[in-house]
Design a protein around this ligand. Structure first.
Ligand code: 8OZ
Length: 366
């Protein structure tokens, strides 16, 4: 198949949206939701400041109370949460932007103190991850999970379908299902966390089953042109591994080609870290199996983005941390202007400082 080459500043037709450029704001966890896991006016301001991106993707938002793994992350399951997100989508649309919600269930990357009734988090198998979560304003070891019963799977799929309906009710342009970075759907995919012996574990087909059922349910509910997906095939984030990721992800993309989500978003390498953690993994083999929009992410700068777009290896490039400190990232990349460095102390939690107070570049007086 042929992919037209482009630059970051060419428009792109994504489903029924016209993106004015190929620059996407990647999902970024900021832990600033209020009571009831409802986003605040500050969040509306934060995304609206970044509306010049071709597309904004929100921070990961839990589909259910059990899906939460960190303090103060927003939800997309209650009427109050939907009402809160409406203020965000309105502010972004009023500012001329487009925005997808990223929906997640963290699975085993949680802590009993965040779970309803103080129960164990759920996972494909009862294996604790060797990683930490952020609760009570500190980084704490995640709790040991319990394995989901086979009989619980249909209700889990249903909670993704409802979250998708809620996402559209909140005024979003679409949903990105988070199946990356070692959270629940990724835990089912990769065999470091999935030791099940039923239809959802073992073979590549079985480990892919839950994600494909979720994608089919969401697409049936809101349409393929509003449904997207994020994957991180080789990322060690959150202590997840797979013994042989290439055939797993090749198969998965072949199945996704039949479902045709509006884009597939792939984290190349270790999330937020080195790009070359698995030099033998062939990302191009995935891209060649998909005829829809391909979104690449991880450690991109303008030079690498220009090269990948010119080579036709991706259609869209997602930038994460640079968007935190540079609300006008699109203009800065266009002008080759210097980027502000992010303040790590204000990444997770807090208020306006380090969130909505990063300035845009001064526009030179005419
Ligand atoms: C950083 C801190 C907490 C969560 C991810 C949602 O890695 C996250 C996340 C990132 O996908």
């Amino acid at each position: 198949m042929s992919h037209k080459t482009a630059t970051l500043f060419d428009p792109y037709t994504l489903g029924d949206l016209t993106l004015p450029n190929r620059i996407v704001m990647a999902p970024l966890t900021r832990n600033r939701a209020g009571a009831g896991q409802v986003v605040t006016d500050l969040t509306a301001q934060y995304y609206a400041q970044r509306a010049s991106a071709g597309l904004l993707i929100t921070e990961a938002s839990q589909i259910s109370p059990e899906g939460q793994g960190y303090q103060d992350t927003p939800g997309i399951y209650s009427p109050e949460q939907i009402a809160g997100w409406k203020t965000v989508t309105k502010a972004v649309h009023d500012a001329g932007g487009r925005i997808f919600l990223q929906a997640w269930h963290v699975g085993r990357i949680s802590h009993t103190s965040l779970q309803p009734g103080g129960k164990a988090p759920v996972a494909p198998s009862a294996i604790r991850a060797n990683t930490k979560t952020f609760v009570n304003n500190t980084f704490t070891d995640v709790s040991e999970p319990r394995a989901l019963e086979l009989s619980e799977i249909p209700a889990l799929v249903e909670s993704y379908r409802v979250a998708a309906a809620n996402t559209i009710a909140a005024g979003f342009d679409g949903i990105e299902i988070h199946a990356a970075n070692g959270y629940l759907l990724d835990q089912f995919l990769r065999d470091g966390a999935n030791k099940r012996t039923d239809a959802y574990g073992g073979s590549i087909e079985n480990r892919s089953r839950l994600l494909l059922e979720v994608m089919a349910a969401v697409i049936k509910e809101i349409g393929a042109e509003r449904t997207a997906l994020r994957l991180s095939p080789v990322s060690p984030a959150n202590d997840l591994t797979d013994s042989n990721p290439q055939p797993l992800f090749n198969y998965l993309i072949e199945q996704l080609e039949l479902l045709k989500p509006v884009y597939i978003h792939v984290v190349e390498g270790a999330t937020g870290g080195p790009r070359d953690v698995a030099p033998d993994f062939d990302f191009e083999a995935l891209r060649q199996r998909y005829s829809g929009a391909w979104m690449a992410n991880n450690g991109y700068d303008r030079a690498l983005a220009d090269k990948v777009l010119a080579d036709g290896k991706a259609d869209l490039i997602a930038f994460g941390r640079p968007f935190i400190a540079n609300p006008d990232l699109v203009e800065r990349l266009r002008a080759n202007a210097p980027l502000t460095e992010v303040d790590r102390d204000t990444l997770y939690g807090g208020g306006a400082h380090g969130y909505t107070d990063y300035p845009a570049l001064e526009t030179a007086a005419a």
